[in-house]
Write a protein that binds this ligand. Structure first.
Ligand SMILES: CC(C)(COP(=O)(O)OP(=O)(O)OC[C@H]1O[C@@H](n2cnc3c(N)ncnc32)[C@H](O)[C@@H]1OP(=O)(O)O)[C@@H](O)C(=O)NCCC(=O)NCCS
Length: 391
């Protein structure tokens, strides 16, 4: 029996690798993609420029951007057998499960699958970035008994996704807001899903396997699944009057207010601060029921009640206002987490490339943490096996 001390749980505070892709500064509330502050990227860059920044390690020239856009458009359409397979799936399947299944299936139709080179992994990554959006939109159409809509080559990634989902071209402002949401969700260092992708990539499994693992991880309600829960919570609250009693009731029961709290940020998430005014503006413009004021009051009351009970502050995270924004875009609530993946696929791909092919020290290696066995022994020694009839 060997004794092993537990250093920490959940790997919090443990640095497991080096990365050149992004930096999350929790105390300062800063998010940086390859040296650039997220605020500036959200204001000035398109999602396609972010894909280039993450995958090719620099902002593109005009020609490089055109080439990337061309490649993305060329790969948007799903292989026909994948559409046929989606048509056989149960209509009430969880969309994140469909994404995992769809990505696993797409692997078989990728001509680069068995090529282990960096270039082949890059090619597959770009196809995945291009196709994940199509997969989400196609699934929503299929589950509603409608044929998938062909991608529109005149539209950029964000606008094309909204078009494939609804069948009508979004106005310029809505397309831009969605593009900004994709920019904001693209990358966030070693969060749970990215770590899942890197952990699988560290075994030299192909990128489709790594992305399937990441999708599974993202689906959880403590991670990407939180944006769905935020909207469900707002719908349940329903009115400004219900906010305060809802907060007290949730905290009395020891449950969590979704969209508050973060494992790294110890201040408001910079992405939430960018998303909130966009959600407000779009709601005002579309003139439907206003969820933004309810969310705003919930943030205020939730923070105050948390502070009163725990004596510490809690902050708003990215999922809080992205939920309100997507709802104002009339996107079905259960697609909010798949949309997170439509963006984060770019960050995951960058991390898979780094995990597999980084040449700078310290080089990545197969992840193999230790665990402390706290299970059963028979006295000081191992148990002796008792045959079935004698048990
Ligand atoms: C994201 C999250 C997992 C971060 O976790 P963390 O910083 O490690 O904090 P913990 O989960 O350990 O919680 C610490 C304490 O704060 C409480 N807490 C954390 N987030 C809370 C929330 N959103 N609402 C109410 N209480 C919360 C926990 O219950 C815990 O209380 P305890 O010490 O009495 O047990 C957590 O804040 C959370 O579950 N938030 C809601 C889900 C969410 O929005 N996820 C998206 C993240 S981007």
């Amino acid at each position: 029996m060997e004794s092993k001390a537990i250093i920490n749980t959940g790997l919090r505070g443990i640095t497991v690798a080096s990365t050149k892709i992004s930096d999350v500064q929790g105390q300062a509330g800063k998010l940086i993609y390859r040296g650039y502050l997220i605020q500036e990227l959200a204001e000035k860059a398109s999602f396609e420029e972010i894909i280039h920044l993450l995958l090719f390690e620099k902002l593109p020239s005009a020609e490089e951007l055109e080439n990337l856009k061309h490649d993305l458009k060329q790969y948007r359409a799903l292989p026909d057998p994948v559409i046929k397979a989606l048509q056989t799936c149960p209509k009430n399947a969880l969309p994140m499960d469909i994404l995992q299944a769809g990505v696993a299936l797409m692997a078989s139709y990728d001509p680069d699958l068995e090529d282990e080179s960096r270039q082949a992994t890059m090619n597959m990554g770009i196809r995945l970035v291009a196709r994940l959006a199509t997969l989400v939109a196609a699934w929503d159409r299929i589950r509603n008994g409608k044929p998938p809509i062909e991608p529109d080559p005149d539209l950029d990634h964000a606008a094309n996704f909204l078009y494939m989902l609804s069948g009508s071209r979004p106005d310029e402002e809505t397309a831009r807001f969605f593009d900004v949401a994709l920019v904001l969700h693209a990358e966030h260092s070693f969060n749970a899903s990215t770590f899942s992708a890197r952990q699988v990539a560290s075994t030299k499994a192909h990128i489709y396997s790594a992305i399937c693992a990441a999708l599974g991880s993202l689906s959880g309600s403590l991670h990407g699944g939180a944006n769905v829960r935020v909207m469900q919570m707002l719908l349940e609250i329903g009115s400004l009057d219900n906010v305060a009693p809802y907060v007290e009731n949730i905290l009395d029961k020891g449950r969590k207010i979704m969209g508050l709290g973060h494992a790294v940020y110890k201040t408001d998430d910079p992405r939430a601060l960018i998303l909130a005014p966009m959600a407000k503006r779009l709601e005002e413009k579309t003139g439907g029921k206003r969820w933004y004021p309810i969310a705003r009051l919930l943030e205020e009351k939730g923070k105050a009640a948390f502070k009163q009970r725990k004596g510490t502050d809690i902050y708003v995270n990215v999922d809080f206002y992205s939920a309100v924004l997507y709802y104002a875009m009339q996107i079905p609530v259960d697609l909010f987490t798949p949309i997170f993946a439509v963006s984060r696929i770019s960050g995951w791909t960058a991390h898979v490339l780094e995990e597999r092919f980084a040449d700078a020290a310290p080089k990545p290696m197969l992840y193999r943490p230790e665990s402390e066995y706290v299970g059963h022994y028979c006295g000081p020694e191992e148990c002796s096996f008792v045959p079935l009839p004698q048990r």
